[in-house]
Structure formats: C-alpha cells, structure tokens
Design a protein around this ligand. Structure first.
Ligand SMILES: Cc1ncc(COP(=O)(O)O)c(C=O)c1O
Length: 372
C-alpha cells in the first residue's frame, strides 16, 4: 500500500515545535501530569505508584474498558478496543474495507478518514459541508444521492474538524436512516464529542444507536490529553473485535501502561475536565467574535456549533497560504490554511482550546489592521 503524505501532519512537523503560539491546534490546553494525579482516587494513586512497566493487554486494560463502557448505554467492555486514535482509524479502515468498496466521507475532514480507504483501492465520494453566512451546513438528501450498490461505509466526523459543524438531531437521524436503509457501516469520528456549546445539542454516540455503527473516541481533544495516545473504537458488532485485535498485533501490540492508568483517572473526572475545556473555548470564542466583527470585510467568521476548532473564510487580497506564512514569519504564530484539508475555498483553521489564544488573536488583528 502506498499512501500520499498527510498534508496537515507534515505541515505540523515543520512548525509545531518552532512557532511560539499555536493558533490552529485542535487539542485543548494540555493537562499536566500533576493536574491529572491530583484528581486520582487513593485506589488509583496506589495502582499508579505500584505500576509495573510491562506489556499490557492488546484490547486495553479491563479496568479502563469498563470505565469507557460506562460512558455509553449499549456497549459492553468486550466491545471496546483501546489504541491511539490515529492508529484506530488505520485499523478500522484496513479491516472493514476491501478494494472495490465504495466509501462516502464528509468533507472537509481529517485526511486519514478518507485517504486510507482511497489508498486501499476503495472508490470515494465526498459529502460536502457547505459554507453559509453564519456557519456550516450539510444536506442529508445529497448524502442519499451518493449511495451506490457498492457503498460499504459512511465516514463522518461530528463535531467536525476543521469546521465545528455539528448536525442537528434531525439531520443526524436522517444520516442514521440512510445507513440503516442500505445496511451500511456508519463510522463516526467522535473525537470532539462532549464539546457541544449547548448541552441540548449533544448527539448520541453512533455505537449506542445503530448496530452497524462504529464510534471512534479518545482523550486527545475534549479531554486535553493528546500525549497519552489513548482512544478507542466501540461497536455492538462483536465479530469485529477479533479482526481489530489481529491487526493491532502488527501496529503497536498494546498500549502504554502509564497512559492507561492516567486515562482511567481522567475518565473518572471527565465532567470537570470537559467543563474546564469548555470554559477556555467559550472565552476564546467571545474574544475572536469581537475581533472578527470589527474585521468583517476581511473575515467571514462562520462560528462553530461545537468542538475546539473553527474554519473561518479569509476575504483579504493575499491568499490564505500567504496569510498563514506571514503570521509565522512575522509573529511566530502558527495557522494552517484550508488547502491542507483539500478544501477549495479560502479558509484557515483556528484552534479555540489554548490559553494563549488571546495573544495569537491580537497578532492576527495587528496583521489585519495593515490589510485595511
Ligand atoms: C477528527 C480527528 N480524528 C482523529 C484524530 C487523531 O487523533 P490523535 O492525534 O490523538 O491520534 C484527530 C487529530 O487531530 C482528529 O482531528
């Protein structure tokens, strides 16, 4: 299998550890080791101190899987496999698809969600999110029109990276109905779930509501712990587990023992971690809304409905690539252009979860003031 470079990740590799301010990053301000250990119950602290650094169970620690299963309504710990989120996308696409299958993926989206399938000889159609004057939308009727007799899987990502799009419950039900009607797999990347700004907008996890649904979730985004490299696949389809485990023997074999315990501690404190992250995001959204309202002639803000990223439209004379390059060269602020998401419009991604967001936005404002 040959696979094209992952554009976003290659761009990050160039600048992530050089730039002073990451104004595009999708993860929330990372928690420190001390912050996580401070949340631990005496029992977990004891496990932590006496932890042996050996190999762990391929499927993931049973204690961790039990804690994860408690977050769902219909999922047994045996129906969960723990690994790094990106690894799980790879394993899922490699094991669930065969060359010649047709896959429909939403766009724009994180590249691996469609690239692995394409590189594996699957044919691909995109269900495009559409920019509106006030955010992003998508039409389930268009999704329906893309279905062919060979369609094997729908690949979605809600809340969406990079747009912050979250379907309404009505749209979600329509997507579910399409998958059910055709009996096709519905893979939803739910890495940004729990970061709904209005709790009423929270959608069910697809693994809970559809027997052919597969949820990808993890600690990297809404839980501010990307360095743990912990995520999971959850599904009611018991028969998939053996295939996933057999494949994982060729990727990482098992997870890091310290990461699994820290993940358990974090999940037992999920509500307070998510609350902290939403507070950071809300305050950053307020700040950026004020600034972008003043610069309406240069930016169409397109506010997200959920998650820790937004994908505003740039209306200035220079290209989005030039804008991002200038921010890097002049202010050491990293922004990523929309072209890294194979998106034809003139957009850039904004990360809303970091504590130094205000400093980055002030520098963007400074640059925009010179574009007037
Ligand atoms: C939608 C989405 N899915 C999966 C991942 C992969 O997560 P991780 O980097 O923790 O492996 C990312 C990371 O940016 C993402 O945005």
């Amino acid at each position: 299998m040959t696979i094209p470079p992952f554009k976003l990740e290659r761009y990050y590799a160039l600048y992530e550890f050089k730039a002073s301010i990451m104004l595009s990053s999708s993860d929330c301000e990372s928690l420190s080791m001390a912050e996580v250990l401070d949340m631990a119950s005496p029992q977990n602290l004891d496990i932590w101190k006496n932890l042996r650094l050996g190999y762990t169970e391929t499927q993931g620690s049973p204690m961790l899987r039990e804690e994860i299963a408690r977050k769902y309504g219909n999922i047994h710990p045996d129906n969960i496999m723990v690994a790094a989120p990106e690894e799980l996308i790879f394993i899922a696409m490699q094991t669930l698809l065969t060359p010649g299958d047709h896959v429909i993926a939403m766009a724009p989206a994180y590249q691996s969600l469609y690239e692995i399938a394409a590189s594996n000889g699957c044919s691909l159609s995109f269900w495009h999110l559409k920019p509106t004057g006030n955010g992003w939308t998508a039409d389930p009727n268009e999704l329906n029109s893309l279905i062919t007799p060979r369609t094997r899987m729908l690949v979605m990502n809600f809340p969406n990276n990079p747009t912050g799009y979250l379907p309404t419950r009505e749209q979600f039900d329509a997507i579910l109905k399409i998958a059910q009607k055709h009996g096709i797999l519905l893979f939803i990347d739910e890495m940004y779930r729990l970061l709904e700004y209005d709790p009423a907008d929270k959608l069910p996890a697809v693994c809970d509501v559809y027997e052919k649904g597969i949820s990808l979730a993890g600690l990297s985004k809404s839980m501010a712990l990307p360095g743990l490299r912990i995520g999971w696949l959850a599904t009611q389809q018991t028969e998939l587990m053996e295939r996933w485990l057999a494949y994982k023997d060729y990727t990482t074999i098992c997870n890091s023992a310290p990461s699994e315990i820290l993940a358990l501690i974090a999940l037992q404190n999920q509500d307070s971690i998510v609350k902290r992250n939403l507070e950071i995001i809300r305050s950053n959204i307020q700040r950026v809304t004020d600034v972008f309202t003043r610069y309406k002639h240069l930016i169409n803000w397109m506010p997200p409905r959920a998650g820790s990223v937004a994908f505003p439209q740039w209306k200035g004379k220079m290209s989005a690539e030039e804008l991002c390059q200038q921010m890097l060269e002049r202010y050491s602020v990293m922004l990523v252009p929309g072209s890294l998401f194979d998106h034809p419009g003139v957009h850039f991604r904004l990360g809303l979860g970091r504590k130094n967001f205000a400093a980055g936005i002030s520098l963007l404002e400074k640059l925009m003031s010179e574009c007037d």
